[in-house]
Design a protein around this ligand. Structure first.
Ligand SMILES: [Zn+2]
Ligand SMILES: [Zn+2]
Length: 331
């Protein structure tokens, strides 16, 4: 559907029957059209994209640039196939491009690093391999080709009708970008700000040292923008950026309090902290043990991200003992 004049949204399904969608957007211009993000790499998604184009009276050949906000499989998986079908150039931030090989080509190496990280953070042996392997199924839905064009923060992208500022917003992923059209006050924000869910920010072999600190800094940068339409990677288009950013920050403050409380009676591993706090507040709060393996892994990585930010803020200390990291609140 055409959300506003010149911007078409196409909803692309997730694989494996997961009841979610990725939003991709076609922005029409006098010099060509920009596609923002690509969806998972599968024949079903390629078909859904083709149908979406037809409903909007567009064709593959009408796409000239495919801008990838970040290289998670639900945004980047189909990019190289679409490049082939559209004859378009794939564009992304330089930092994100630098992660492609280590994330997808040396996938076994990445899994090993994740296993070590989970183990160091106290994940018990009985669930270590289950949590490590929870992402393996996703790999088949990504064709990991390098982009044609690499962007830096502050670059401009024009399609003749609209000119976008490239804003690097690390946190959800280190080279994540948002596109801002200052004249129209449009913000295409990938997974940085979502309307219903709090974007995942976890400590990961590719995340940098303090991803949650990066995320909050990026969110505060976006909050200063005047935005009339926010086009996210999932869920509805919305217009209340400041309100939504405040809700997300509030969520992180609440989680921070819960984490500090969980450490009030002694040293804790990140795993133990994760088992003692509620998850998925948008679903009313779910206990760690009731989460699926993939969500348990995300919960642990989010807990580590919080603990690392708390260490930077001087609120938490850490000691490494026999290969295990133990955290303690300084309060
Ligand atoms: Zn993502
Ligand atoms: Zn996503």
């Amino acid at each position: 559907m055409e959300v506003v004049s010149g911007v078409h949204r196409i909803k692309l399904p997730f694989p494996e029957g997961i009841p979610e969608y990725t939003n991709v957007y076609v922005v029409e211009g006098s010099r060509g059209n920009i596609l923002v993000d690509s969806g998972w790499g599968s024949s079903e998604v390629l078909w859904a994209f083709r149908e979406g184009l037809r409903e909007n009276h567009l064709k593959f050949q009408d796409i000239n640039w495919i801008v990838i906000t970040h290289i998670h499989p639900d945004h980047y998986g189909l990019a190289s196939k679409l490049k082939e079908f559209c004859g378009a150039e794939v564009v992304m931030h330089r930092v994100e491009a630098g992660l492609i090989n280590s994330r997808y080509k040396d996938f076994a190496g990445l899994l090993k690093q994740i296993e070590e990280e989970l183990s160091r953070n106290g994940v018990p042996q009985f669930e270590l391999s289950k949590l490590t392997e929870a992402s393996i199924w996703m790999r088949q839905f990504v064709s990991p080709d390098l982009p044609d064009v690499m962007l830096d923060d502050g670059d401009r992208l024009s399609n003749g009708s609209f000119e976008f500022e490239v804003l690097r917003t690390p946190g959800h992923s280190p080279g994540h970008i948002c596109l801002y059209e200052p004249r129209k006050k449009w913000l295409f924000c990938g997974d940085h700000v979502l309307f219903k869910t709090t974007p995942h920010v976890g400590f990961h072999p590719q995340s940098g040292d303090n991803p949650l600190g990066d995320y909050i800094d990026s969110l505060e940068r976006l909050e200063a923008l005047k935005a009339n339409f926010i086009f996210p990677g999932h869920g509805p288009v919305f217009n209340s950026l400041k309100l939504r950013a405040a809700e997300i920050l509030h969520h992180h403050e609440q989680r921070e309090r819960a984490i500090i409380k969980a450490m009030s009676s002694g040293f804790r591993t990140a795993y133990r902290v994760a088992t003692e706090i509620p998850w998925k507040p948008e679903a009313g709060g779910i206990a760690f043990k009731d989460l699926a393996p993939w969500d348990r892994r995300l919960a642990i990585l989010e807990t580590i991200a919080h603990l690392r930010l708390l260490m930077v803020e001087g609120k938490v200390g850490k000691i490494d003992q026999e290969g295990i990291s133990l955290y303690l609140s300084k309060d």
